[in-house]
Write a protein that binds this ligand. Structure first.
Ligand SMILES: [Mg+2]
Length: 186
């Protein structure tokens, strides 16, 4: 069974905000920059066939599908889960039920740009904290390293250029594993 990468939509796969105006039948503000994709995302999704890719977005599903289609990304995803599917806040149990996966932390990886992309029920699913303009190619080594013997692993994993941490709320017993880029000190 392939591991499932759950990609956030806005500010992860691309900058799509201007599309919201068109979807709503409105003119976008003049100062709004045009939509753009995360650099190299199409090529990465195309070649990263050892994973199943899905989109998990708080946006409306059909809106997200339309935008992904316009950018020729939709074909890379096995499914798109939107807010009406249970992604606002993000409940990855929806993805698990779709694929028949019970143990989510062993088989799912989240890629997102916001703390709200973590599982809303506090299941410790590894979240790759990504930034829009970081080239998608940099995720290749990381995603490959996160899978060991058919399971997602976090503790003991080490990839150059990335920091392995726990975020969340300890008192509420809601902490989750996060991998993020190590940024240069300033
Ligand atoms: Mg986002």
């Amino acid at each position: 069974m392939k591991q499932v990468v759950c990609w956030d939509f806005d500010e992860t796969l691309g900058y799509f905000r201007p599309h919201e105006f068109a979807w709503a039948g409105q003119t976008r503000p003049a100062a709004m920059p045009p939509p753009r994709l995360k650099p190299g995302i199409g090529a990465l999704l195309e070649s990263l066939s050892e994973f199943t890719h899905v989109v998990t977005t708080a946006a409306e599903r059909e809106y997200a599908r339309d935008v992904l289609r316009q950018h020729d990304l939709l074909r890379h995803f096995a499914a798109v889960f939107g807010r009406e599917d249970g992604m606002w806040p993000k409940d990855y149990g929806v993805v698990g039920r779709y694929f028949g996966i019970d143990d989510l932390p062993r088989h799912l990886v989240i890629v997102g740009n916001d703390e709200s992309d973590a599982d809303c029920l506090g299941r410790p699913i590894v979240m790759v904290y990504d930034e829009l303009l970081r080239p998608a190619e940099s995720l290749r080594t990381l995603l490959a390293a996160l899978v060991c013997e058919g399971e997602v692993r976090f503790d003991g994993c080490n990839v150059e250029g990335f920091s392995f941490e726990y975020w969340g709320n300890y008192e509420a017993r809601k902490t989750y594993p996060v991998v993020r880029t190590i940024l240069p000190m300033c």
